[in-house]
Design a protein around this ligand. Structure first.
Ligand SMILES: [Zn+2]
Length: 414
């Protein structure tokens, strides 16, 4: 009962944000409920990290800057969602600034916490080679008929009108799209490979993005922290554990920008570390990861670790096929079903290339009297409809797909 009340209180107070900062925990809970194998995988990652920290004296990675190849998949429906290369570059720069502790506000942390702050020696770089070793900018763009995405991973699949991940063993995939309600969410190490990566709302991605709340690129910093196995400072429960020794326990998340020592869970005299990137504090008031968080993230890259494969990625190598980078997929010519020729005598073509989710649905053809004369199962984005056996006259085509969009078209049979 007590836990229920706390959850209710959390759910209530998070509503204070017009756009909530991070949905990773709820997302993870939903994934765990769907996939019983996932919790075993996440537990085994946790065991690996515990072994590393128990047995570790020195590491082959000590002093090595880990460089992570990144691909950014931009999914856009309206033009403002089609963010520029410069915006992407600004986000990558922000990731590196904060992970390398090159921010200019390091002195804002209280002295005691400042001593714990770390240069994580982890960098993010846009890929130069795609999975087939072709030249790339590390940025893909794709028109989508989807106007808003939920935190349910559909943006990670071309079949759902999203973009398929590049091999997640070799790349950090970041999907940038119009994410409903949240600034972002991330998968933890151990997640299904096809879903592995970050999802960031286009309004919270990069710097100078027009957002008054998420304009410093720290949403991606926070989410990259999750992707590198960091938990929220409060361990997602009242005075919970984030698995890191040098972050104090704290009761819950922080909103706004506190300026005084706040003691919770007996964490005096220094109190909550609300200037840590893994809290929900205003972006302008966070400025550090700790040495303990750094060790937890970097342990993933040790031999046998779930992120080790990224160290041998070819994503930052020179491409083997460097002549011409692949052009971006053009916007579809029609953003609706297109039926031609009309009138028709023997065959109609129905162009559905703007949304392949029509495939598998059924077209119903009715006459002027409203009688069903034919139905056709859609098997192609360019669907042929044989009308040779229909009598001359006016007909209607109707179909509906799962997101509620329906098509109603009229044609004349000669
Ligand atoms: Zn988070």
């Amino acid at each position: 009962m007590k836990g229920g009340l706390i959850l209710l209180a959390l759910a209530f107070t998070v509503q204070l944000f017009s756009q909530e900062p991070c949905n990773s925990f709820s997302y993870q809970q939903a994934e765990l409920a769907k996939d019983p194998v996932l919790s075993a995988r996440i537990r085994s990652v946790e065991n690996f990290i515990q072994q590393q920290s128990a047995s570790r004296v020195t590491s082959r990675l000590d002093g090595v800057v880990i460089k992570i190849p990144v691909v950014v998949h931009i999914l856009y429906h309206s033009p403002q969602e089609k963010i520029t290369d410069a915006q992407v570059v600004s986000q990558i720069a922000a990731l590196n600034k904060y992970f390398r502790r090159r921010n200019t506000d390091t002195a804002s942390a209280p002295t005691h916490f400042r001593a714990l702050a770390a240069d994580c020696e982890i960098e993010f770089h846009l890929a130069t080679s795609d999975p087939r070793r072709r030249s790339t900018s590390g940025i893909t763009r794709k028109y989508t008929p989807v106007t808003k995405w939920g935190a349910d991973d559909k943006m990670k699949f071309a079949a759902e009108m999203g973009a398929d991940a590049w091999d997640t063993k070799s790349y950090l995939n970041i999907w940038v799209c119009n994410l409903d309600k949240f600034a972002g969410y991330a998968t933890l190490p151990g997640t299904d490979e096809k879903k592995d990566g970050l999802v960031i709302n286009y309004t919270a991605f990069g710097t100078n993005n027009g957002s008054s709340v998420f304009s410093l690129g720290k949403t991606a910093v926070h989410e990259a922290g999750h992707w590198l196995n960091l938990r929220h400072l409060w361990g997602d429960e009242y005075c919970g554990d984030d698995g890191v020794n040098d972050t104090p326990k704290q009761a819950s998340y922080t909103s706004g920008c506190p300026s005084v020592v706040r003691i919770t869970c007996g964490n005096g005299p220094h109190g909550d570390m609300y200037m840590n990137y893994m809290d929900f504090t205003n972006e302008s008031c966070t400025n550090m990861f700790t040495e303990g968080q750094k060790a937890r993230m970097r342990a993933l890259f040790e031999n046998g670790g779930p992120r080790q494969s990224l160290l041998s990625s070819k994503g930052l190598d020179l491409p083997l096929f460097s002549s011409i980078p692949l052009p971006e997929e053009p916007d579809p010519k029609w953003l609706r079903p297109n039926l031609y020729p009309n009138p028709a005598s023997t065959e109609l073509m129905l162009d559905l290339s703007y949304d392949i989710r029509w495939i598998g649905k059924t077209i119903f053809v009715t006459n002027m009297q409203g009688q069903l004369v034919m139905n056709v199962s859609i098997s192609s984005k360019n669907q042929r409809i044989d009308v040779s056996r229909l009598q001359a006259g006016v007909y209607f085509i109707a179909a509906k797909k799962d997101d509620g969009e329906s098509m109603k078209l009229k044609f004349v049979k000669l």
